[in-house]
Design a binder for this molecule. Structure first.
Ligand code: KG4
Ligand code: ZN
Length: 411
């Protein structure tokens, strides 16, 4: 079966088309996944001016990029076939589509222009991020997904963005003979523990079984990525700040340290929660105290900030892994692209938990993309939804949506 996936939760518009063996609703977690298309437009440079993601702007950019990206993905997947005649919508289809796009007439126009002139592609389902994320941005993806589901008469599967980040870390490259990328999921030993670190989230999640989640701890204020972005801004670095801080920290010579080290927030707390807002304030004080803030002193601050975050994340993760006797630790989310965090986790897990397997996402797959939503969608393809709503604060939990069979019965 083939799935088209849409990601618009934050500032990347991502579309992927994936193919796997097995029917809708019956995909094996060990299935091989072939990537037929994987395209992305990042808005990072547009939001850079504001030092963070501006929701109304994100929505506008998603709407602008959506149809060109879908067309590009279909073409890359070799599924773009011109229609003999422009498709004429019947009254029912028109009614449904007008309702879906009632607040987005421009997107509807783009939709009709891009998709009524092409034949129905050989795609069996649509997967779309339904949350967590910025609601105005999520709606662009959801509305497009529901419209495609109507136009092509296929089911739409809502995907939790955080589950997408988890599966992204579990994808292992397989040799491909036809020039396409091939993957398989590799994680099969539960209980597992996931540390999800992104611009909007910092969560330690226990996975007793595949697809079942229990949040052990989370941030009480800022997410790690958010702290990276804000500290970068204080140091006059560009957005997104994570990679910039990391690059600057790397320039610090061995043995050089900040005179007064930054705090390691909640390192000694007995729970699995985090807090990064105070650390951010400490950076502000450190900056004020240094009379000659040059690139070298900025680098010392960047490094100590990165070290502090890394230490806290590692300590809590190791403690949770030991307490719950996990077999696997999975790192996911944009911040897991950080080299220091990756290297520290690899060494520490090898040293302290030699029987535990550590999964890190491919650097390219660590930040938001459509591919991870497609894979999560395949695994959830027995859970479709009739009406999807954007849930800004959607949490990982036991999934209780109806199965495709149940929905069909209700029809
Ligand atoms: O997962 P993601 O792409 O989007 C969200 O769902 O939030 O994560 C984006 C976050 C940004 O805050 C960015 O600064 C951070 O990931 N990030 C990094 C690195 N690359 C991206 N943080 C630290 N080090 C990096 N190398
Ligand atoms: Zn993300």
């Amino acid at each position: 079966m083939r799935i088209l996936a849409i990601e618009t939760s934050c500032d990347e518009t991502g579309i992927a088309i994936l193919e796997t063996t097995g029917a809708l609703g019956a995909i094996s977690p060990r299935a091989q996944i072939k990537v037929l298309a994987d395209v992305l437009v990042s808005q990072a440079s547009i939001h850079a001016e504001y030092g963070g993601v501006f929701p109304a702007l994100a929505r506008r950019e998603h709407a602008k990029n959506m149809m060109p990206l879908i067309t590009k993905a279909l073409s890359e997947a070799n599924l773009l076939r011109p229609h003999q005649n422009t498709r004429v919508l019947n009254t029912k289809e028109k009614e449904i589509l007008e309702k879906i796009f009632s607040k987005e007439p421009e997107l509807f126009e783009n939709f009709k222009t891009a998709l009524l002139d092409i034949g129905i592609p050989d795609i069996d389902a649509i997967a779309v991020t339904s949350g967590p994320g910025l609601e105005p941005a999520l709606w662009v993806g959801i509305n497009t997904a529901e419209a495609l589901g109507t136009l092509w008469d296929i089911p739409v599967i809502p995907v939790n963005h955080m589950e997408g980040h988890i599966v992204a870390s579990l994808l292992a490259h397989k040799a491909a003979t036809d020039g396409k990328k091939n993957f398989a999921l590799t994680s099969l030993h539960y209980p597992a523990l996931a540390l999800l670190i992104s611009g909007g989230h910092t969560e330690l999640v226990l996975m007793p079984r595949v697809g079942t989640y229990e949040i052990l701890g989370q941030t009480r204020d800022d997410a790690v990525g958010e702290a990276f972005d804000k500290v970068a801004r204080m140091l006059g670095l560009a957005y997104p700040g994570g990679p910039e801080i990391s690059k600057l920290a790397e320039t610090v010579l061995a043995g050089k340290k900040l005179a007064e080290p930054l705090p390691r927030p909640m390192l000694a707390s007995k729970d699995f929660d985090f807090s990064f807002s105070g650390l951010k304030t400490s950076v502000l004080y450190a900056i004020k105290k240094i009379p000659d803030l040059n690139l070298k002193t900025k680098a010392l601050i960047a490094k100590d900030f990165e070290d502090s975050v890394t230490e806290v994340l590692l300590a809590k993760t190791l403690a949770a892994a030991k307490k719950h006797n996990v077999h696997e630790i999975i790192l996911g989310g944009g911040v897991s692209a950080n080299k220091k965090i990756r290297a520290t986790f690899i060494n520490a897990v090898r040293r302290e938990l030699p029987d535990v397997t550590l999964f890190l996402p491919d650097q390219k797959l660590s930040t938001d993309n459509g591919l991870m939503i497609g894979v999560a969608g395949l695994l959830r393809s027995n859970k479709v939804s009739k009406k999807i709503i954007a849930e800004g604060h959607l949490r990982l939990s036991k999934n209780s949506r109806p199965t495709l069979a149940e929905l069909r019965k209700k029809k």
